[in-house]
Structure formats: C-alpha cells, structure tokens
Design a protein. Structure first.
Length: 86
C-alpha cells in the first residue's frame, strides 16, 4: 500500500518514484494519492488490516456510503490492487 502525496513538486516526484519502483518490480499495491484532509493510518498486525481515515472518509461512512465510495471521497486518486480488499 502506498499512501501520500501533496501538491508540492518534490512530494509528487518522490511519490512518482515509489510508483515507478512498484511497477518495475511488479509489486501489486493499492495507491491512495493526495488525501483531501489530514489522513490517519493504522495497521493491525493480528488481522493484517490497514485502517485509513480522514474527515471526508468519516463523513461518507456516516452518510451510509460504501467503503470504496468513502475512500474515493477522501483522496484525489484511488487505485485498489487486485490483491487487496476494501
């Protein structure tokens, strides 16, 4: 999973470098780019789960949106890997 990015040139260059690395080595990854607000991430090792939240995601879930719709509302770009579940 790759999460991050901002509108700054250096941040975009760094993020694009990670994406290129993942592609070059055929590493499947979910990519969440440019959170619309501050984003919080937690990893639960016992379940191998990543929990992601920000104000837009919380609002979407409270409104009854699906998990995927909530992610789409919280980030500018979302690409879910074939090996991940939302």
């Amino acid at each position: 999973m790759l999460i991050g990015g901002s509108s700054g040139k250096e941040a975009k260059t760094l993020f694009d470098g990670f994406i290129n690395f993942l592609r070059n080595f055929n590493i499947p990854a979910t990519i969440l780019y440019s959170g619309k607000t501050s984003t919080h991430v937690a990893y639960k090792t016992s379940l191998d789960e990543v929990w992601i939240s920000n104000k837009h995601i919380d609002k979407a879930l409270s409104a009854g949106k699906s998990n995927v719709e909530a992610l789409l509302s919280g980030f500018e770009k979302v690409k879910i890997s074939y090996c991940d579940e939302v």
